[in-house]
Design a protein around this ligand. Structure first.
Ligand code: ADP
Ligand code: TRP
Length: 468
């Protein structure tokens, strides 16, 4: 029996109402494309992920706009090992990446409770051409799901409820200018949150000292970064920016003071696990020669974040570990000094801890934006960027050199969309209908790279016109 037939039989047997929706053959296997097709928002999209554990495979179902908290999932499943299932293992389940269904596989389903509130939960019925919609509660009935709280943002931070403290920083490294990876990975999230929340944004100039120690250069970078950030913020939010406190880290001496204090409750081992330090060790440098500033970089970042009782830290994925280290340090401090400034005079209620535990805010689709080489993270230091404020000729060159589909030799060869960076960027910056049309023509060999790249170039200039 095909998986869709099995799913249908299961639903019928349990008397559950559902809807199967035929999908066009060429619909890309991405959640974005599917939701555009269903004309529904991302919170109605279900993402099912298969993990391998020491007890076998399990599936986790969540809303596409939330992230799984792996620690919580491990606890619920009673396991200590949890890694993504391999394509081979998915194949054995008769499914594949992008096609994993939220019911019908013969493995335990763990369902995040946020799914229960969704009336029309969209997913895929096991095969590429059949989508489906079902009530979240019915889905759990159908897959015998084990419901729990498995998302990262859970109770504490629902960005749609209440007003939260947001803090982010960017280091004025390189030449201080921003590229579309910085924008999509960090600045855009910050801008979205700044509409409703109380936001702090800093130019992390002390952090830049690990790479830049020339006064004029650093000053110039700081100015460039300030202008880039202000332009992006004002371009999207208007000139007033009522919710944002924008400042330079080194102007607030409490950052380094708190760093000194935190130094004294933090074990060496915690910092030795930091990726930046480990990467450096692996490269060319002897441990004894490593700059202590680089080593204690996460410490300063912890101070930045904890100082403001921050709830959420919008950053790219490469900064996630720093936020985790910050939480570790805060927990340690709170344990060591349990009575906080929130203590009530009567002493009856439990006092607030000194430091609030922050969460990283990293939407999955922008966690890592790949560079124009299509291989590595977009990064100033790798030279694989598309700038935002460069002059038009430079941006055109960067777009024209972007990696597309190496297997395509003539414009009338059918091309591939997956891994094609021009389309990856267009998903963010192009008009959805036009992008869909180009994708269709591309996969059928009816449009050349140049036309698509020209469209990306125009879309970028249009998108960033107010900021530019
Ligand atoms: P770069 O690597 O170009 O020097 P930074 O390290 O200064 O960029 O990053 C500034 C912010 O932008 C950080 O929050 C970082 O996580 C985010 N960021 C940078 N590059 C990317 C990328 N390619 N994808 C997603 N986020 C990114
Ligand atoms: N380390 C961050 C980066 O390289 C910048 C940064 C410094 C930061 N302090 C911060 C980001 C506090 C968020 C919160 O991008």
């Amino acid at each position: 029996m095909k998986l869709n037939e099995k799913i249908e039989a299961l639903l019928k047997e349990k008397n559950i109402s559902y809807r199967f929706i035929p999908l066009p053959e060429n619909l890309p296997l991405t959640i974005e494309a599917h939701m555009k097709f269903h004309r529904a928002t991302m919170d109605h999209a279900m993402a099912t992920i298969v993990y391998k554990t020491e007890k076998g495979l399990i599936a986790a179902v969540k809303r596409a706009d939330t992230q799984i908290n792996l620690e919580k999932l491990k606890k619920a499943a009673g396991v200590t090992e949890l890694v993504f299932a391999t394509p081979e293992e998915l194949k054995n389940l008769r499914t594949e990446v992008g096609l994993v269904s939220y019911l019908g596989l013969d493995i335990p389903y763990f369902v995040d409770k946020k799914v229960l509130d969704i009336d029309k939960a969209y997913g895929i019925a096991g095969v590429k051409t059949i989508g489906m919609a079902i009530d979240g509660k019915d889905m759990v009935k159908a897959n015998d799901g084990i419901v729990g709280d498995f998302t990262l943002f859970e109770k504490k931070i629902d960005i749609h409820a209440g007003r939260h403290r947001i803090l982010s920083g960017i280091t004025p490294s390189g030449d201080g200018s921003l590229h579309i990876g910085n924008y999509l990975g960090a600045v855009k999230q910050f801008i979205t949150l700044a509409r409703d929340h109380e936001c702090f944004l800093m130019v992390a100039d002390l952090h830049a000292l690990t790479t830049i120690q020339n006064r004029e250069q650093l000053q110039k970078n700081i100015e460039t970064l300030i202008l880039n950030e202000l332009a992006l913020l004002m371009g999207e939010l208007g000139e007033e920016l009522p919710n944002i406190t924008f400042f330079r880290q080194s102007d607030v001496s409490e950052h380094t003071e708190l760093q000194s204090i935190l130094n004294n409750i933090t074990p060496l081992g915690l910092l030795k696990r930091a990726h930046a330090y480990k990467d450096k060790l692996q490269k060319d440098v002897m441990e004894d020669d490593i700059n202590v500033g680089l080593f204690s970089y996460p410490m300063l970042m912890a101070a930045d974040i904890l100082l403001y009782k921050t709830d959420l830290v919008p950053v790219g994925k490469d900064q996630k570990q720093h936020v985790e280290i910050t939480r570790d340090i805060a927990e340690r401090f709170n344990k060591t000094f349990p009575v906080g400034i929130g203590v009530r005079p009567s002493g009856t209620s439990r006092p607030d801890p000194v430091f609030k535990l922050p969460e990283a805010y990293i939407p999955e689709d922008v966690a890592v934006i790949l560079g124009t080489d299509g291989k590595r993270k977009m990064s100033k230091s790798l030279g694989n960027i598309i700038g935002i404020f460069e002059n038009e000729e430079i941006i055109r060159k960067q777009v024209m050199s972007t990696y597309t589909d190496p297997t395509r030799i003539h414009a009338d060869d059918p091309g591939h969309i997956e891994g094609n960076m021009v389309f990856a960027y267009l998903d963010f910056f192009g008009e959805p209908a036009k992008v869909d049309e180009l994708k269709q023509r591309y996969t059928t060999g009816k449009v050349g790279d140049i036309e698509v790249k020209n469209y990306l170039y125009e879309s970028l200039l249009k998108y960033f016109a107010p900021a530019r």
